[in-house]
Design a protein around this ligand. Structure first.
Ligand code: HEM
Length: 518
């Protein structure tokens, strides 16, 4: 039986109401309140669903029923680890624009890159980053370059790194890259010759983060030296799933607030670990600022600006931390996919060996300038970046009310290109799922190359693109020149075994190393 609720002022209110209206109130009980609440919630949901389907400003765009009417479709599929493929199927079914959730549109055409991410002429409304980026900058009171959503401030922040990421700046930093990569190459010769090989993905993460640790914090993470990962990296790679979860939860503010209240042990201690990681970043940034003799690296200019009082220490720490994440995770993922693609395709591997082993007589000759001039090596990298986009999930933006590839998108809608689709669409590529570096070299090739944009385009495109190419070129050239490599699991499928949660959760890439046959 329902227990009656006792509220002191209720009887008097009831009496007055009955007297005025002549209506007899039912006995108020917990059960009745619950039933009323559930009924209201149901009515509210049905009304919301009908609004989303028929009255919402995006109502005319096609998509699966659950995607057009609710957040359920995006929630379910984005947590499955293959959202890029689900979106790709949806684009093949519904066309170039798909409604992914009531207020969210995915574009699958190459033309949409320029409209969403490209430079806008003065006076035209700017397309800004969406709320997802606030999470990226969490932990610091001042946004870093990647998480800054205000286009004007982002432009100023990019200016801090203009020299560091220029061709001249890169040359000044080559020594750090070379030193770490040589250490990586030599370590693999010692640890990777066992029949079971090594998990190369782990080593690629370690070398990428050691390099960036030096460049951004002025101090390596010493992963290669210790032959093991570092707490700082583990927090990132151990919790990529959480990024996708939080991106969904931010759309349900009440649920997000509830999750934040959960005890730490239920959320795997994430917030505690994140806080420790942020603290460590701040400490490293402070140590870097205190060094009198600075090496030339990413942060040299910003360091000076902090000393001149133009940039706060908090902002400096936020930049250092985000450069390591933005550059380390992506480069390690791209390198993992690249080595996999090369080893999986014997004829590509043979051509690469031929190019590298005829060009270089010893390891020391291999440098950034010469590798940038090796056509097949460069084509192998471009093709791998097309085949396995490191940013396979769309980079979310807010529409200011603009035309995207011929479709008007009202203000406030969340929009992005799902890059996997244009990079693998049959209308742009011949045999899109074949790893074929020659398509980038053949002057008669009809493929539409602008459909692959691994570094994005426009004012927020990757600032580290040249640095990433330099690092990948050096690493691949040195690996292929130095060793004969083989995949331990020849039947492995990198993409199928990987999980995409905005960042990729990469599978084990077991590679066995043999002495070079030269
Ligand atoms: C293969 C390697 C890489 C790939 C595929 C890649 C890709 C991208 C993409 C697609 C964006 C646009 C993100 C967005 O709009 O949200 C981006 C932004 C960015 N990348 Fe990279 N990246 C790579 C390496 C690097 C490296 C090595 C660094 C620096 C060390 C770096 C630093 C950044 C920064 C700071 C941004 C934010 C720029 C801004 O918002 O203005 N990236 N990257």
């Amino acid at each position: 039986m329902d227990s009656a609720l006792e509220i002191p002022w209720l009887p008097r209110l009831k009496a007055n109401y009955i007297q005025l209206s002549g209506f007899e109130w039912p006995e108020l009980s917990v059960g009745l309140v619950l039933r009323a609440f559930v009924t209201l919630a149901l009515v509210w949901s049905v009304l919301g669903l009908l609004y989303n389907l028929y009255l919402h400003p995006l109502a005319k765009f096609p998509g699966p029923f659950l995607a057009r009417s609710s957040l359920l479709w995006r929630f379910w599929h984005s947590m499955g680890g293959h959202f890029h493929r689900v979106l790709d199927d949806a684009h093949h079914k519904y066309g170039d624009v798909v409604r992914v959730s009531p207020n969210e549109l995915s574009f699958g055409s190459a033309g949409a890159f320029k409209d969403i991410y490209g430079n806008k002429p003065p006076g035209e409304p700017k397309v800004i980053k969406n709320e997802f980026y606030d999470m990226f900058g969490a932990g610091f009171s001042e946004p870093c370059l990647a998480s800054e959503r205000d286009p004007r401030k982002a432009g100023q922040k990019r200016g801090l790194f203009a020299h560091a990421f220029s061709a001249k700046g890169l040359m000044e930093q080559e020594e750090i890259m070379q030193r770490c990569i040589d250490q990586f190459i030599l370590k693999l010769g010692k640890t990777g010759t066992k029949p079971e090989g090594v998990n190369l993905v782990k080593w690629l993460e370690m070398v990428a983060f050691d390099i960036l640790g030096e460049m951004a914090f002025g101090e390596s993470f010493h992963c290669l030296e210790n032959e093991s990962s570092h707490f700082w990296l583990d927090v990132i790679f151990g919790h990529v799933f959480i990024v996708a979860l939080m991106d969904n939860l931010r759309r349900y503010p009440l649920l997000l607030a509830a999750v934040k209240l959960l005890p730490s042990r239920l959320t795997n201690g994430l917030s505690k670990k994140q806080a420790q990681q942020t603290q460590l970043s701040k400490l490293k940034a402070r140590t870097r600022l205190e060094k009198v003799e600075d090496q030339r690296d990413f942060m040299s200019n910003a360091c000076q600006k902090v000393r001149d009082g133009q940039v706060s220490e908090e902002e400096f720490a936020a930049h250092s931390s985000s450069l390591v994440i933005a550059g380390g995770e992506t480069t390690a993922t791209a390198m993992g996919a690249l080595v996999y693609n090369v080893l999986k395709n014997d004829h590509v591997y043979a051509k690469l060996k031929q190019e590298l082993r005829t060009r270089y007589k010893n390891l020391e000759e291999i440098d950034v300038v010469s590798t940038s001039q090796l056509p097949y090596l460069q084509a192998a990298i471009k093709e791998s970046l097309r085949m396995f986009s490191t940013n396979a999930q769309g980079l979310g933006r807010k529409s200011p009310g603009i035309e995207v590839d011929g479709h008007y998108v009202p203000e406030g809608a969340e929009i992005y290109v799902s890059p996997w689709t244009p990079a693998h669409h049959e209308r742009y590529w011949n045999e899109p799922y074949v790893y074929n570096p020659d398509r980038w070299l053949d002057p008669n090739c009809q493929d539409y190359k602008a459909a692959s944009q691994p570094f994005s385009v426009g004012p927020r495109a990757c600032i580290g693109k040249h640095f990433a190419y330099a690092q990948m070129s050096l690493q691949l050239a040195k690996l292929v020149w130095m060793y004969d490599m083989e995949l331990v699991r020849k039947d492995m499928d990198f993409e199928k075994e990987a999980r995409m949660y905005f960042f990729w959760q990469k599978p084990k890439l077991e590679v066995r190393f043999h002495s070079p046959q030269i």
